[in-house]
Design a protein around this ligand. Structure first.
Ligand SMILES: [Mn+2]
Length: 468
């Protein structure tokens, strides 16, 4: 991470203050020498190096910063650049994001450093970077620590949830699975690999730590009984939603879709739409005599203010769509787009349709993301893998686009880590959540206000307002 790792001379001198004068002199001399070699010397003179002058770059980097007509300041189009148009933030994300980064601020990072030092003690005197603590307490090192979701605060006392903008709720529940079990370890798997991520995303121009407050509430105490489990889940979700905090559920199998919506709907003053991304329709009434993970939208659309006309299902297809669920969708008038539909009309158009349907007459929209909507090659760790689904970049774009109008909650389901030792499936789940949070922040639908000097990122412009 690129935060505050400066090696100032002041710190180097301070660390040897207690040594004798002679030793101090010797040590400082050695350090200077060491530093010189590491940063500006040529430790391997026989090897060509791009960091040192040579025939092609006689004076190092040859381009001088120049002003840009729209954004001023230094560092825009280098004279003689063969493609100056790519430096235009209005048309190219690579240029836009570079400008946006300087508007993000660093207060959240400073607060985290202060907290880590207060809780984890100052580092040993030999550590030059004084933002480092003795005990790992924050984001760094990525391989250390006890993992909450992206090392967010673990909120042990859930009564304090209203102090946050969004809350992670683990739902380790997999007795609704009709083939592979194992999604009870989904929350653990998602949290573990989430440690790989920081809070900053280049192309979206967002640093979540600077724009919103996220906590991790840990897991729901699930019960090995479908209905008691559902009751516990709805109660947990309702606690967060009723405190006006954005709930993010880590499944768990897809049966939790019903108790998740049931926990939210009572706190929405009007109809709730549902955007459901999946290979499977999940709309039959029962499966093997119970409300299993093939049934959540039958029951969710029985909730008085979650009508089936506002349910839109994206990515459906393959050989795993049970016919009883299709019959229900036909009778209730749900909206289905297959993978082929979306390939034909494009992700942008599919997102427009999804938003039009889910928001028609609705007051809020809920997002359900099943990782098995991706091609099974990308998600081996799931309960019902199916070839032919989305590519990661397609589905991530779809998620960002459908989040633009705001959401009342989201879930990521069907991550079963034990079938995927490389953690790729769980990582897709992490990204889905991160991208949705960032899209909400950029649209000013979550947390504090986003940086506003620049227009939104190219390629993900706001939706044209339509009559509701
Ligand atoms: Mn599915």
């Amino acid at each position: 991470m690129g935060f505050g790792h400066s090696h100032s001379k002041k710190n180097m001198v301070r660390r040897v203050r207690s040594a004798s004068k002679k030793a101090q002199h010797g040590l400082a001399h050695l350090e200077e020498k060491e530093h010189h070699h590491a940063e500006s010397g040529q430790p391997y003179p026989h090897l060509p190096s791009s960091h040192h002058p040579h025939a092609g770059h006689p004076a190092g980097y040859p381009w001088k910063p120049v002003a840009h007509p729209d954004y001023g300041g230094a560092g825009q189009v280098p004279p003689g650049h063969p493609h100056p148009e790519v430096f235009d933030p209005a048309i190219r994300q690579g240029a836009w994001a570079k400008q946006r980064e300087k508007e993000l601020g660093a207060k959240g990072w400073k607060d985290e450093v202060d907290r880590c030092l207060a809780y984890g003690l100052e580092a040993a005197p030999s550590v030059k970077d004084r933002t480092i603590s003795t005990f790992a307490r924050g984001e760094l090192p990525h391989f250390a620590g006890i993992n909450t979701f992206i090392k967010s605060h673990y909120l042990e006392d859930v009564n304090k949830v209203s102090q946050y903008d969004a809350a992670i709720i683990g739902v380790p529940f997999d007795i609704g699975a009709t083939y592979r079990s194992g999604t009870r370890f989904g929350p653990q798997g998602i949290r573990r690999i989430s440690a790989l991520y920081g809070t900053y995303n280049y192309e979206m121009g967002v640093d979540l730590r600077e724009s919103m407050k996220l906590c991790d509430l840990g897991d729901v105490f699930t019960i090995a009984n479908i209905e008691k489990g559902f009751d516990q889940i709805s109660r947990a979700v309702a606690h967060v939603r009723s405190n006006n905090v954005f709930p993010i559920m880590l499944g768990g199998d897809h049966s939790i879709g019903y108790p998740d919506v049931r926990g939210i709907a009572p706190y929405i003053d009007g109809p709730v739409g549902i955007i459901h991304i999946d290979r499977h329709v999940d709309t039959q009434e029962t499966d093997m005599d119970e409300r299993m993970h093939t049934t959540p939208w039958f029951h969710a659309t029985n909730i008085p203010n979650a009508p089936p006309v506002n349910l839109v299902q994206l990515g459906i297809g393959g050989w795993q769509a049970p016919r009883p669920g299709v019959k229900v969708g036909r009778e209730r008038g749900t909206t289905v787009l297959t993978i082929d539909d979306i390939c034909e009309i494009g992700v942008e158009r599919a997102a427009e349709i999804a938003l039009d349907v889910a928001w028609k007459g609705a007051k809020a929209v809920y997002l359900s993301f099943d990782v098995d909507s991706l091609d099974s090659g990308f998600v081996p760790g799931t309960g019902w893998p199916e070839p032919g689904g989305f590519l990661p970049r397609e589905v991530l774009k779809l998620l960002r686009l459908v989040a633009r109008e705001g959401l009342c909650g989201m879930e990521v389901v069907e991550v079963a880590p034990s079938y995927d030792p490389s953690d790729m499936t769980a990582l897709v789940g992490v990204r889905a959540i991160m991208d949705v949070m960032a899209a909400l922040v950029n649209e000013n639908k979550l947390g504090g206000k986003p940086p506003t000097k620049l227009p939104p990122p190219p390629y993900e412009t706001p939706r044209k307002k339509k009559k509701k």
